[in-house]
Write a protein that binds this ligand. Sequence first.
Ligand code: FES
Length: 138
Amino acid sequence: MPSVEFQEANVTVTAKEGDDLRKIAHKNKVSVYGGPNKYLNCRGFGLCGTDRIAVDPKDCVTPPTWKEKLHLGDNPKMRLACQAKLVGDAKVSVEPALEYGEQMKEDLAFYAVAFVFGGATLFFVIFMLFEMIGKPLF
Ligand code: FES
């Protein structure tokens, strides 16, 4: 059975060949997500692109899937943990997931502020339109 070393967590485990790295990490209580992505992810369906990891060597996992190419482009250094299936001994770094999580945190804050101000502005415009046509909302 191949071994997997999760570098940041300082955890080395053996795992079944063919298991994906997200499943192996999850089984051993190692997170492959950063920031809000711990909760906002697709649970391994390859849809969200949040479980970004660096794997060394490259051929210790199956080749990139079309979902990985969609999310990561042709970046040879990153993989999605849920799509990369183990075929040999691997060293895994979750640093890309942590960086992506930080970026998502900043983006979420921006969208939350935009949503609140956008909603308030829209309400004000609708309120004023109804006032102008003589049919007040309240
Ligand atoms: S968990 Fe969503 S892409 Fe891997």
